[in-house]
Write a protein that binds this ligand. Structure first.
Ligand SMILES: Nc1nc2c(ncn2[C@@H]2O[C@H](COP(=O)(O)OP(=O)(O)OP(=O)(O)O)[C@@H](O)[C@H]2O)c(=O)[nH]1
Length: 601
């Protein structure tokens, strides 16, 4: 156990792809925490999905030992933070476990939207910031320009910037020395009762929930009884230790240290991110650490098994995913069209995508997801208010006094040549212009208020494609606002398909209704009979298309000859069918339920 003066707790914050993981690897290697060979596997990103998507979902912590140029040995705890806006709360708790942060900026790119978003969080958490300009080995690197940006945009003296190439290892020692010098040691009370911050947790089949903790005051030991202040759950610490980068169980953690405890809890709900661990005897005597917030889902969608029989399997899979992910919420729902399924709440679209993929890959389930929706506050004419997160549950028009929807503050960094294209996109998405700031001659920061419902419909992809990938985006919840919204129903073969209902702005309803039925016509395969597709607001039909009847005989083309080809075609058709759902007497493919996500603006 190290005394506080020789501990430094820090994290690395960066915009996506600016080199956070690579720099972490260099630090681990330089301090001898892991060998080069072990680094072949990306050490900090563990889940396969994370690696594939190139993002870090779960915060982790690694302890390093470093002998500084002053001859003294220090314990450095590097806390890895998730890099995506869906996980801002997790980021803020990881930052709360640190005293300082390395702010990594790509020397070829400069400051980006998430550089600033993360920086603001770090400043809020009172961290000392060390700016690191990375990738200086690249020919297009312009460290002088980026230094200037650090001074003007970030507000740190440019002399403090450390130039580095995480790829080649340049600057690694300078960074370690700066950590010792510029990041203050923890200042907890050794003799007070235990207070430890849970900044992440995950479920382990053998050890139960493993909580990643920062000990703020006091100490904790294996075998000790502890309680979680927000959830009041009590348990015994089965194991305590740190990551090196694998678990090293050494029985205790003391003031200022970062490490893990195995809690034996069966569900991460008992041990939430942001909660305070203490000893039962201290309850009433001490205050919980500030900042605890239960996760708040922002995006909702129905998830249904393609095969009705798989419903119990889907429920088990969601139960198991939730053991490890307290921010995933779900409850059973029934749809006239899709049968029994679940209404699920997610932190954002990326979170939704991750859960869908895990259900399919890890649990081998064929599922159908409905288009994502947000949470509306609906006031009825009788004065009652309710929260509606499923368009099909929206009360009928005559019963509604007003509907409020979530608005986001969004900021976009972009080269100034794309301002026009962005303005146009944001305007079609009901965005309200707030501010434009020039960061340098040719780069601007644009601020808008925009409904979340418009943001989750492929806004990010559109932004990227209209700016050739140059613009970066960040957003946070601003609050709820009144909007003139209506429910758009879709009728297939004369029957309203609840899972296709949408909430849209009145002014866009006609256009969206048209675009959607056209798209559905192209997505719904021809059946043996003619299938009308209609969009309606209340009883008024606003658009109609027809899927013509056709006998779809895939074997007709084979002239009876080649049997392997025949089998292949049949298999292909079966494959195609997997994602079809019989709604009434019409087969509707998965894509139809997501069609609204890919309408042209
Ligand atoms: N040339 C050069 N490439 C680098 C350097 N540092 C990182 N890279 C490359 O930049 C890319 C992104 O690096 P990562 O370390 O994965 O970036 P990250 O910030 O962790 O990305 P996320 O986990 O997605 O947030 C990778 O292809 C790295 O090999 C550097 O100093 N020089």
């Amino acid at each position: 156990m190290t005394d506080q003066t020789h501990i430094r707790n820090f994290c690395i914050i960066a915009h996506i792809d600016h080199g956070k993981s690579t720099l972490a690897d260099r630090l681990l290697e330089f301090t001898g925490t892991v060998s080069k060979r072990e680094l072949m596997e990306q050490t900090l990103d563990q889940m396969e999905l994370e690696r594939e998507k190139g993002i870090t979902i779960k915060a982790q912590a690694v302890r390093m030992r470093y002998t500084a140029l002053n001859g003294e040995e220090y314990e450095l705890n590097l806390i890895d933070t998730p890099g995506h806006v869906d996980f801002t709360y997790e980021v803020s708790r990881s930052l709360a476990a640190c005293e300082g942060a390395l702010l990594v900026i790509d020397a070829t790119q400069g400051v980006e939207a998430q550089t600033l978003a993360n920086l603001y969080l770090a400043v809020e958490a009172d961290l000392n910031i060390i700016p690191v300009i990375n990738k200086i080995d690249l020919p297009s690197a312009d460290p002088e320009r980026v230094k200037q940006e650090v001074e003007e945009v970030v507000g740190l003296p440019k002399e403090e910037c450390i130039l580095a190439s995480a790829k080649e290892g340049t600057g690694t020692q300078d960074i370690l020395e700066a950590i010792i010098k510029h990041i203050p040691p923890p200042k907890g009370y050794v003799n007070r009762p235990l207070r430890a911050l849970v900044f992440d947790s995950h479920y382990d089949a053998y050890k139960g929930v493993i909580a990643y903790v920062r000990v703020v005051d006091g100490k904790l030991r294996q075998g000790e009884r502890v309680t979680m202040m927000a959830t009041s759950s009590v348990t015994e610490i089965l194991e305590a230790g740190y990551f090196h980068p694998r678990l090293v169980s050494d029985g205790a953690l003391t003031t200022g240290e970062v490490g893990y405890i195995a809690t034996g809890f069966k569900n991460v709900k008992d041990c939430r991110v942001g909660d305070t661990v203490t000893v039962p005897g201290a309850i009433g005597e001490i205050e919980a650490l500030a900042g605890y917030k239960p996760a708040k889902p922002m995006v909702f969608a129905g998830i249904y098994p393609v095969e009705g029989n798989d419903y119990p399997l889907l429920r088990d899979a969601l139960d198991r995913l939730q053991l490890n992910d307290a921010s995933l919420v779900y409850q059973p729902e029934t749809s006239n069209a899709l049968g029994f399924g679940f209404r699920c709440g997610f932190l954002g679209l990326l979170h939704m995508e991750i859960i869908q993929e895990r259900l399919e890959r890890e649990y081998n389930l064929a599922i159908l997801a409905t288009a994502p929706s947000v949470e509306y506050y609906v006031t009825r004419t009788n004065g009652e208010t309710e929260i509606v997160d499923n368009p099909s549950a929206m009360p009928s028009f005559g019963e509604i006094e007003k509907i409020e929807e979530p608005f986001m503050d969004i900021s976009i960094f972009t080269p100034s040549r794309y301002i026009g294209a962005i303005m146009e996109l944001v305007t079609t998405r009901r965005g309200i212009f707030k501010e434009m700031k020039y960061i340098e001659a040719e780069r601007v920061l644009l601020n808008y208020a925009m409904p979340l419902a418009e943001l989750i419909v492929d806004f990010y992809d559109q932004l990227k494609s209209r700016t050739q990938g140059y613009a970066s985006l960040d957003y946070s919840l601003a609050g709820y606002q009144d909007s003139d919204l209506v429910k758009l129903d879709i009728l297939v073969n004369g029957v309203a398909v609840d899972a296709l209902s949408l909430i849209v702005h009145r002014e866009k309803a006609y256009y969206q209704g048209r675009a959607l039925v056209e798209k559905l016509r192209s997505l719904i395969p021809r059946q043996l009979f003619e299938v009308p597709i209609q969009a309606a607001i209340g009883a008024r039909v606003i658009a109609r298309e027809t899927v013509k009847a056709m006998r779809k005989d895939v074997l007709a083309k084979c002239y009876g000859g080649d049997i392997t080809r025949k089998r292949k075609l049949l298999e292909k058709q079966k494959e195609g069918k997997k994602r079809m759902k019989m709604v009434g007497n019409v087969e509707i493919p998965q894509e139809a339920f997501m069609a609204v996500l890919s309408l042209e603006d």
